[in-house]
Write a protein that binds this ligand. Sequence first.
Ligand code: ADE
Length: 476
Amino acid sequence: MMNFYVMTLFPEMIRQGMRTSILGRAAENGILSVEALDIRDYTENKHKKVDDYPYGGGAGMLMQAPPVFACHQAVLEKTGAADGKTVRTIYLTPQGKPFRQKMAAELAKEENLIFLCGHYEGIDERVLEEIVTDYVSIGDYVLTGGELPAMVMMDAIARLVPGVLHNGLSADFETFHNDLLEYPQYSRPEEWHGKRVPDVLLSGDHRKVEEWRLEQSVRRTGKNRPDLYEKYQRKQQYIRFLLKKGKALYIDIIENLRRGKGEIVEASEAGILVKDEAAKVCMIAVFDESRADEVAGWVLPEKDEGKKAGWQLVVHQECLLAPLKEIIPMESCLPVYQAVYTQRTAVPLPKNVEICVLGTEYLEEVMAHYGMTDDREYMEERLQSGNLFGAFAEGGLAGFAGIHAEGSLGMLEVYEKYRRQGIGRALEAFLINRHLSMGYTPYGNVVEGNGGSLELQGKLGLCVSKQLLYWVTLKA
Ligand code: ADE
C-alpha cells in the first residue's frame, strides 16, 4: 500500500487529476491512496493569506513558513510519524535533483510520500530546511507550480507499486531499462496504409525477435539520446572486456551491468568499480595489480561513509583487501568461488519435487533455517519481491533457494531431514531455468570450503572460478 499526500494551494487540481485512469482504479482497489491537503487551511491569518513579500526585495511573493509547517505536521500525524523527517518529503522545484526512473523505483519502496507544491516565487527557506528530505525537478523548464510535477512523479512511482499495473512484468521491461529506449511495436492489422509489420515479428522465432528489438532499441537510442547511447556503449565495451578476462570470475559484474541494475562508477585499464544502488552492493576489480591502491581509492570518493553503512563490497582480487581496509571499516570478509552456467539449454528438472514462490508468511521459518544471515529485513524484502522459492515435501517446506538483490542465485538451504534426496539440485536447477528464460546468464557464489555445494555446481554443469572473490560487509 502506497500513500501519497500532496500539500498544495490547488487541492482540486490534484483530486481531479488523480481520480481518473489507472491510478484512480488503483486507489479504488485500495492499492494506493492520494490525499490533497490545502495549505490555506493551516494559516492563522483571518484572510487565509499564505504569501508575503520577500525580505531584501525582488519580484513576486513567497509562501510563508507557518502554514506550510502546520500543514506538514498534520500530514505527519496522519501517517503516524510526528517526530520530524521520518517520512520522505519531496519539494518540487526546478532547483532540485532531476527525476529519473531510478528515483521512481527507489521511492516506490516507501509506504508514505509527501509532496510539497510551491507557488509564487517559492517558499521561505527556513521551513524547507525543517521538513524537506528531497528536492526534485522533473525537467529543465519552469512551470507555474509543483502540482503537475507532483502528479508526474506519483504516476511514475505508482506504476511500479505491485498490483497497480496488472501484468507483473511490464513495469520492469520498458523504456529506460538498461539505458535503452523502447523498440517499436505493432498490432493488427498486418498491413495498414501500405505498411507491413516487419517480417521478423511474424516469424515466431523468439530469439530473432529479441535480436531485432535490441537492434531497434540501440538504433533509436543512438538517434534520439546520444547521452544514453554513450553510456550503453561504454557498458557494452566493459562487458566484452570482462568476458575476455574471465567469465566465471567477472560474471557478477557482467550480469549486473547487462541486466541494467548497476552503474559504472569508475573504470580504466587499472580496474573497475560498479555500484548497484538498489542492492547496496559495490563490485570492484583490479586489472593491473600494481595499481591496487589507486583502484581501492575509488570506493567512497565522496565523504559519505555514513551512507555506506550496511553496504557490501564484492572484491575480485585479494590484493585489494589491504588497501580497502585502510579506507573503510569492515565487519566481515567471506571468501567465495563464483560459478556460472555457460550453456543456453535448460537443466532437466526432477518431476517429483514441487517448487513454488514463497510469500512473507514464510519469513519466520526461513530465518530459523537459513544460517548465512540474520538480516531479517533483507530476507523479508526478498520474500516480498518474489525472489525466494520453496521446495515442498510431505505438505511442508523441505528447503528453499532464491535470487539475491544484486542478481546471483543463492540462499540455498535444504532441511536436515530432506538432504541427499536431490532437493538442493532441484531448487538450483529451477532457478537456473528461470534465469535462462529471462535471458540472463545464471551464476552464484560458493563459500570456500563448501565441498557439497562445489560438487553440486559441477553436477549441474556450472564452471567455477579458479580465483577466490571476497564478500565484504561494511561496518554499520
Ligand atoms: N516547479 C516548477 N517547475 C518545476 C519543475 N520543472 N520541476 C519540478 N517542480 C517545478
